[in-house]
Design a protein around this ligand. Structure first.
Ligand code: ZN
Length: 388
């Protein structure tokens, strides 16, 4: 990957940072506006309005906006910025949906205090969206975009990206690299260079119902069978390989005096490599009833592939470290267990994730970001777009 040090004929990364520092209050007012417009994944009207609002924001700085309409989830927003001909675009990935239901603002209002900004979705990931906007605007005023940029902001990341996945993957195939503006890993602002793959399984057991007092021996308990299967499934966990298997939800039976005819478990799976995806999938496929008079039905699987630390991703991270050093901060990298749309792009192009806001408490009542990190991270993103 060619490196463009501070001798860049346009302007240095420091100039970008200085410009962005001047933009901090403008960034905060944009953040306030988009946080105060709630956008839970499952509320299509709110999400559609959010997509329209963001389309205006990105349109105002010269982006060509396109809504990928969806009947069920909110419309996904794509924004394209032109650049020199012949250069492959860089893809910037984010989502504007949040996990917070409508009305959350009443207990958790947007607030700026002592250098921290709190409110629903400030960290995950409306702060990141503002930084993307700031980075592109800064590049445009500081010499122009060095290559085309495509931004995809989806409405369904928090619920698994079922509707947007194919759009994100298609855009990744056309791009040179993907920068994912999900929150940083930890308050030190580390980037995410690997993410575990994520899977969901549903195991359903069918037994035979009977009266526990009158006909105990005729019954075949689905609850008992499930308990035995869970013990086995939990054993698929292999911490050394980074594989974790969590039977997180169980349901079954009707009354204590009935031998249960049915029971089921929802199981969360996390894996570090593609090989582990195969290994765990085989283990699940081989499950057999322990009580032969019960039957098993398994559905689901790994739906987000692991984002592995490929040489391409390592090179992007090295580049990010150089830019950070020029801006006088240090940058760490981390592997995380949570999935994002970076899992999809990472399987296709070199991907750097966790480029978004820095703070803590994603999905929690104390969710916050550090205000001064916003221009800094926007400068890092702008530098990366330039250096690619
Ligand atoms: Zn997120």
């Amino acid at each position: 990957m060619p490196q463009r040090p501070s001798s860049d004929p346009r302007t240095s990364h420091r100039d970008l940072f200085a410009h962005l520092k001047d933009q901090q209050s403008a960034m905060q007012s944009m953040l306030r506006r988009i946080v105060e417009h709630e956008s839970p994944s499952d509320d299509k009207p709110s999400c559609d309005a959010m997509a329209e609002m963001l389309a205006q924001d990105f349109g105002a700085i010269g982006g060509r906006t396109k809504l990928h309409r969806d009947k069920i989830t909110g419309n996904h927003l794509q924004v394209d910025f032109g650049g020199p001909r012949g250069a492959k675009p860089v893809l910037i990935v984010g989502h504007y949906d949040t996990v917070y239901p409508l009305g959350t603002l009443k207990q958790m209002p947007y607030r700026e205090s002592k250098g921290r900004i709190s409110g629903p979705g400030v960290l995950d990931m409306k702060g990141g969206i503002v930084q993307i906007h700031g980075a592109i605007a800064a590049l445009q005023t500081q010499g122009g975009l060095p290559r085309p940029v495509t931004i995809i902001l989806v409405s369904d990341e928090e619920t698994g990206s079922e509707s947007s996945r194919s759009i994100t993957e298609k855009l990744a195939k056309q791009s040179a690299a993907a920068f994912v503006c999900e929150p940083a890993a930890g308050t030190d602002g580390a980037l995410k260079t690997a993410r575990k793959g994520v899977g969901d399984y549903l195991l359903r057991i069918t037994g035979v119902a009977s009266h526990s007092g009158l006909d105990f021996e005729k019954g075949q308990s689905a609850v008992l069978e499930l308990a035995r299967q869970i013990e086995k499934i939990a054993g698929f966990t292999d911490l050394k390989r980074g594989t974790t298997v969590n039977p997180g939800v169980i349901r079954g039976g009707t009354r204590s005096n009935v031998i249960a005819a049915s029971a089921e478990a929802e199981i969360d799976v996390r894996v570090s490599t593609k090989r582990d995806v195969e290994r765990v999938s085989k283990l699940f496929a081989r499950l057999k009833p322990i009580n032969r008079r019960c039957s098993l039905a398994l559905s689901g699987g790994v739906n987000r592939p692991p984002m592995e630390r490929t040489p391409g991703t390592a090179a992007l991270f090295a580049q990010a470290q150089l830019i950070a050093a020029e801006l006088s901060f240090s940058l760490a990298e981390r592997m995380v267990g949570g999935g994002s749309d970076g899992n999809f792009t990472g399987a296709i192009v070199p991907t750097l994730d966790g480029l978004g806001a820095v703070g803590d408490g994603a999905h929690a009542v104390h969710e916050y970001i550090f205000a001064t990190e916003m221009p800094k991270r926007a400068a890092l993103l702008a530098g990366l777009i330039r250096a690619l």
